[in-house]
Design a binder for this molecule. Structure first.
Ligand SMILES: Cc1cc2nc3c(=O)[nH]c(=O)nc-3n(C[C@H](O)[C@H](O)[C@H](O)COP(=O)(O)OP(=O)(O)OC[C@H]3O[C@@H](n4cnc5c(N)ncnc54)[C@H](O)[C@@H]3O)c2cc1C
Length: 379
C-alpha cells in the first residue's frame, strides 16, 4: 500500500485550493502529498464569483472584476458602488490550469486519476485501481445535499447560465447585475445574474431557490424570455452553457477530526446556507486547517460561527415558509441598508451591533418568529 502524509480526495475547488496553499508554503515541502480525482481537471464546468475586499484570492486568474452592482425588483432598480469591495469572476478552467501548473512543478505532489470507492476510518482510500494510506485525508467528495432530515432545512439553489455574445453592444461592462428579480417569481425566489465581460459578451444566469429542480427545458425558456424582453429581441449566440445545483442547508457539516479525515469544500460546510456562495469560504476554511497543521495537528473542525448558522437558518426558514415574497427580503436588505455592510455581513465579518442594524431593516414579525423557532431547533 502506498503511503502519503496527506491525501486530497477530490481535486475540485476545495481540493485544489488546499493543494495550492500547501505548495506555496515551504513548511510542507517535505510532505508527500497525493491528489485523487476521477477526472482530469481541465473542463470549464463552473464560473466562480465572489466578493472580497482584499486582492489575495487567486488575483492572477480573475477574468473580470466589477466595483458596481445592480439590484432590481419589479418596482426599483439601483446601482451600488461597492468599493473597496470588488465582485470577482474566475473560470474553473483557468483555475484548474493555473493550480495544476504550480503543483506539477513540485516534486512532493503526486496525482492519480482514479475513482474513489471508499474512505476508511483508519486512513485508507480505496479506489477502482488501488489502496492508499494517508496520515491525513482532506476530502471533498460525498453527498452534500441533505434532505428529509428532522429539523434540518434544505433548499436547492439551481441555475442555468449562458455565456452569450450579442450582435450589438448592449451591456455596460462596468456594472454586474447581482440579482434581477424583475421576472415572474412563480411562487419561488427567482432572479437573473448578468455578468458582462464587455459590451457584447456576458454570462447570464437564471437562478431559483426552491425545494425541487425545474424541468431542464424551463431554464432555457426562461433565459430566452429574459434576453428577448430585456434586450429587445437582439440576436445573440450562446458561447458556453453551465448548469449547477448548490445545497442551501442548515445541516451541520463536519469532519472526523479524531481519525484525521477532514472534510473540505461544500462537504466540510464551506457553502453559505443563505446564499450558496462557497469559493470565498473555501479559502477561509483552508486557512483554518493550514494554520492548525503548522502548529501541530488538526484539533478543531471548520465551522461557521453559531450566530451566522442561526441567521442563515432563519433566512432558509422564511424562504421555505413563503409568508412574504422572497424578493422583498432582499429588497429590505439591499435597499434599506448600506451595501458594504450587507456584503460584510454575508462574508461573516460583522460585529453584533452591525448585525442588529441590518436585522432592524427586515420584516421584524416574520423574522422574529423564525428566529425563535430555529434557535430551538438548530443543531
Ligand atoms: C456550476 C456551478 C457554479 C458555481 N458558482 C459559484 C460561484 O459563482 N460562487 C461560489 O462561491 N460558489 C459557486 N458554486 C458553488 C461551489 O463553489 C462549487 O460547487 C465548488 O466547486 C465546490 O467545491 P468542492 O471542492 O466542494 O466540490 P467540487 O469542486 O465539485 O470538487 C469535488 C471533486 O471531487 C471529484 N469527485 C467526486 N466524486 C469522486 C469520486 N468518487 N472519485 C474521485 N473523485 C471524485 C470531482 O470530480 C470534483 O473534482 C458553483 C457551483 C456550481 C455547480
Amino acid at each position: 500500500m502506498e503511503k502519503y502524509d496527506i491525501i486530497i480526495t477530490g481535486a475540485g475547488a476545495a481540493g485544489l485550493s488546499f493543494a495550492y496553499k500547501l505548495a506555496k508554503d515551504s513548511f510542507f515541502d517535505n510532505k508527500k502529498i497525493l491528489l485523487l480525482d476521477k477526472e482530469e481537471k481541465s473542463v470549464n464546468d463552473k464560473t466562480w464569483c465572489f466578493w472580497s475586499k482584499e486582492n489575495n484570492i487567486f488575483p492572477e486568474i480573475i477574468l473580470k472584476k466589477w466595483n458596481k452592482l445592480l439590484i432590481r425588483t419589479s418596482h426599483k432598480s439601483q446601482i451600488f458602488d461597492i468599493n473597496p469591495y470588488s465582485y470577482n469572476l474566475i473560470k474553473s478552467s483557468d483555475f484548474y490550469r493555473y493550480v495544476l501548473k504550480t503543483l506539477h512543478s513540485k516534486k512532493n505532489f503526486h496525482f492519480k486519476t482514479e475513482k474513489i470507492e471508499e474512505i476508511r476510518t483508519h486512513g485508507s482510500v480505496v479506489t477502482n485501481k488501488s489502496i492508499y494510506h494517508g496520515e491525513y485525508i482532506f476530502n471533498s467528495i460525498g453527498n452534500t445535499i441533505i434532505k428529509e432530515r428532522e429539523k434540518v432545512i434544505t433548499l436547492l439553489q439551481h441555475f442555468k447560465g449562458w455565456e452569450i455574445q450579442m450582435e450589438r453592444p448592449v451591456f455596460n461592462p462596468e456594472v454586474a447585475t447581482l440579482m434581477d428579480f424583475d421576472i415572474d417569481q412563480k411562487g419561488d425566489c427567482r432572479f437573473v445574474y448578468v455578468l458582462p465581460y464587455d459590451e457584447f459578451t456576458a454570462m447570464v444566469e437564471y437562478t431559483v431557490f426552491s425545494e425541487n429542480l425545474l424541468d431542464r427545458k424551463e431554464y432555457n425558456a426562461e433565459l430566452e424570455n429574459y434576453l428577448n424582453t430585456k434586450y429587445n429581441n437582439q440576436p445573440y449566440k450562446i458561447l458556453h452553457e453551465e448548469f449547477g445545483v448548490i445545497p442551501m442547508s442548515d445541516f451541520k457539516y463536519t469532519s472526523d477530526v479524531k481519525n484525521s479525515i477532514i472534510n473540505i469544500g461544500t462537504l466540510g460546510g464551506a457553502t453559505k446556507a443563505s446564499t450558496g456562495y462557497t469559493f470565498y469560504f473555501i479559502q477561509k476554511q483552508i486557512d483554518h486547517y493550514i494554520k492548525q497543521l503548522k502548529k501541530s495537528k488538526i484539533k478543531k473542525a471548520f465551522m461557521p460561527k453559531f450566530k451566522y448558522r442561526l441567521y442563515d437558518s432563519v433566512l432558509l426558514h422564511v424562504l421555505k415558509e413563503k409568508k412574504v415574497p422572497a424578493y422583498t427580503i432582499f429588497e429590505d436588505l439591499f435597499f434599506k441598508s448600506e451595501i458594504k455592510l450587507v456584503l460584510k455581513f454575508l462574508s461573516e465579518n460583522t460585529n453584533i451591533l452591525e448585525d442588529i442594524i441590518l436585522m432592524s431593516k427586515v420584516n421584524i414579525p416574520v423574522f422574529s418568529r423564525a428566529m425563535i423557532r430555529r434557535f430551538r431547533e438548530l443543531d
